[in-house]
Design a protein around this ligand. Structure first.
Ligand code: B12
Length: 208
């Protein structure tokens, strides 16, 4: 099997994707590297969008990615059981992308975070209410669309206005996130890599 996992995913070669994953896992390939390959494949799909690919292809890629993650997730998530802190997370209003958010949630729960996932297309008020009710140490946004920046900024402004920002740490993840977005929001961290996100969240809470 010579075709790269990322190429196979971007070409929708389902048999190759699923077989390659199974074989590589059996051969002891690090699951996090396999996740990176799959993520790269999704970025390639995005790059082909509006050129060779259309909305239906984005949907196809999401479907194949989900099937691949069914194989990969059990090896990716290590259950420690020790409670380390609370994370509130959601995809902001206008954005329904959730594949990456769900991976981050699984990994975070695996290392002992209590995660409240508000889902996708989450209105500003719902974030604010959940911060009050759940009292998380960390608020995570998952954003894949540029129109999601404005509602995130509104949440940040509301947090300050309602004196909820205090010791709350805020991290943004997802394909479109850059240092400039972190700066614009006044967030504490950003990442395009779930495991890096876990490490940042642990560091926020002073855990190594
Ligand atoms: C699959 C996909 C879809 C699927 C989503 C299915 C789903 N259930 O999520 C569907 C078909 C629904 C879709 C729809 C649309 N999409 Co789309 N989509 C994609 C695609 C190809 C892959 C995204 C993905 O899942 N990547 C894989 C995951 C694993 O990566 P990830 O999200 O970055 O997550 C990782 C990290 O970032 C991190 N992470 C993620 N979240 C968080 C949160 C925290 C707190 C932390 C710490 C870490 C973390 O962990 C993950 C693992 O490492 C991207 C292309 C791209 N370059 O990303 C376009 C893309 C995001 N879509 C795009 C567009 C334009 C759309 C549509 C507007 C298309 C349309 N005409 O309708 C709609 C919008 C719908 C909406 N209102 O949200 C654009 C966005 C452009 C922009 N800058 O705004 C992109 C970039 C494609 C492109 N190049 O134009 N899409």
């Amino acid at each position: 099997m010579t075709k790269e996992l990322s190429d196979a995913l971007a070409d929708f070669d389902e048999d190759i994707v699923l077989e390659t994953l199974k074989t590589r896992l059996e051969n002891g390939h690090p699951p996090l590297n396999l996740l990176k390959d799959l993520q790269k494949g999704m970025t390639m799909v995005g790059d082909r969008y509006n050129k060779d690919y259309y909305l239906s292809d984005l949907m196809l890629s999401a479907d194949l990615f989900k099937r691949a993650m069914e194989i990969l997730t059990p090896s990716l998530v290590s259950e420690t059981g020790d409670f380390v802190g609370r994370i509130l997370i959601g995809t902001p209003k206008g954005d329904i992308h959730d594949l990456g958010k769900n991976i981050f949630c699984s990994l975070a729960r695996g290392v002992g975070f209590d995660v409240m996932d508000l889902g996708v297309n989450v209105p500003v008020e719902k974030f604010i209410e959940a911060v009050k009710d759940f009292n998380p140490g960390i608020l995570g946004f998952s954003a894949l669309l540029t129109p999601a920046f404005a509602p995130m900024k509104e949440v940040m402004d509301q947090l300050v206005e309602q004196r909820l920002r205090g010791s709350l740490k805020v991290i943004i993840g997802g394909g479109v996130v850059t240092p400039a977005v972190k700066e614009y929001l006044g967030a504490d961290g950003f990442t395009t890599d779930a495991m890096d996100g876990i490490n940042q969240c642990k560091a926020f809470l002073g855990i190594s």
